[in-house]
Write a protein that binds this ligand. Structure first.
Ligand code: F6P
Length: 328
């Protein structure tokens, strides 16, 4: 088992609330175990540019409550090239780093896997940090819980005004190809319909459902549209529906990037801390090319390749059915 002495940590891709508690956990667990820790700024871009600094116990004081990431993040195209990876490797060698914890989503893990296959002398462990909740091997990703709570607070407010004006709202939420946020938010807010990428909804059925609501004298209706839905965005769907559903004032809200910000929930602070702790312990135990996740409340290691190839959010059909029944 190769012994590690210097570990680097970075956040990459879209930020997610809970990344800071995770960074704090990585730094302090590493220091507790006698390792040196280097923080890389702006993800893989910082690795290529050599933008890094030594982290101490106090470098991560009072960050548990902060959204975003103190290390900053980026989507780095250069890291997809052989030249970019070589520059990153040279910086790693120059700073005598022998292991990395990368916190991010599927793009981050794709980079980490390619890099560690090319340069296997640098051990890499991934922590799932994305609001999309779409990585195989962890029931929850860091940031999903906070983002969903942010979404439901916004939708509750929209419900107030929708109800006051007897309006129909189409609300678009993030998640890329994943309907995880849309489904949880739809159940939590009693949405009349939830449109997800994982399940094609016939537009005719949606129209019938909304007309039914009108017949039953529903004062307002809310349709949640996951951004990856096959019919297009909330504006496209609203345009189709308004031709058929009369006497309903239709409005569209795109929640956008506010979903990624804000102080992490207790759940995400604990999840980030647990996964950061587990990532460092996995590296000390000699693991590499794995993702740490949480399943049935236990830490689990999954190969990065497996986490990526099966990475889609698995739609819980029973939850979808329940949401439909409860919104009659
Ligand atoms: O992966 C997180 C995420 O917020 C997705 O839900 C969304 O599709 C994407 O990132 C937006 O990315 P960007 O902030 O780069 O526009």
């Amino acid at each position: 088992m190769p012994k590690i002495s210097k570990l680097a940590v970075l956040t990459s891709g879209g930020d997610a609330p809970g990344m800071n508690p995770c960074i704090r956990s990585v730094v302090r667990t590493a220091i507790y175990n006698g390792l040196d820790v280097t923080g890389i700024r702006r993800g893989y871009q910082g690795l290529i540019d050599g933008d890094m600094y030594q982290m101490e116990t106090r470098s991560v004081s009072n960050i548990l409550n902060l959204g975003g990431t103190i290390l900053k993040t980026a989507r780095c195209l250069a890291f997809r090239t052989d030249e970019g990876m070589e520059l990153a490797y040279q910086n790693i060698k120059k700073h005598q780093i022998d292991a990395m914890v990368v916190i991010g989503g599927d793009g981050t893990f794709t980079g980490a896997l390619r890099f560690s296959q090319k340069y296997p002398d640098v051990a890499v462990i991934g922590v799932p940090g994305t609001i999309d909740n779409d990585l195989y091997g962890s029931t929850y990703t860091v940031g999903f819980d906070t983002a969903t709570n942010t979404v439901i607070q916004a939708i509750d407010k929209i419900r107030d005004t929708a109800d006051a004006h007897d309006r129909l709202f189409f609300i678009e939420v993030m998640g890329r190809d994943s309907g995880a946020i849309a489904l949880r938010a739809g159940i939590s807010c009693g949405a009349e319909a939830i449109l997800l990428p994982e399940k094609e909804t016939a537009i005719d059925d949606l129209i019938e459902n909304l007309k039914n609501g009108q017949r039953k004298k529903k004062s307002s209706s809310i349709v949640i549209v996951a951004e990856g839905d096959k019919h297009g965005g909330a504006y496209d769907i609203a345009k189709i529906v308004e031709k058929e559903v009369k006497n309903y004032d239709i409005k569209v809200t795109i929640l956008g990037h506010l979903q990624r910000g804000g102080s992490p929930s207790a759940f995400d602070r604990v999840l980030g801390s647990r996964l950061g702790f587990a990532a460092v312990n996995a590296l000390i135990a000699g693991e590499s090319q794995k993702m740490v996740g949480l399943e049935a409340n236990h830490i689990k290691l999954t190969g990065l390749e497996e986490a990526l190839t099966q990475h889609q959010f698995k739609l819980e059909e029973d939850l979808m059915q329940m949401a439909e029944i409860l919104s009659i």
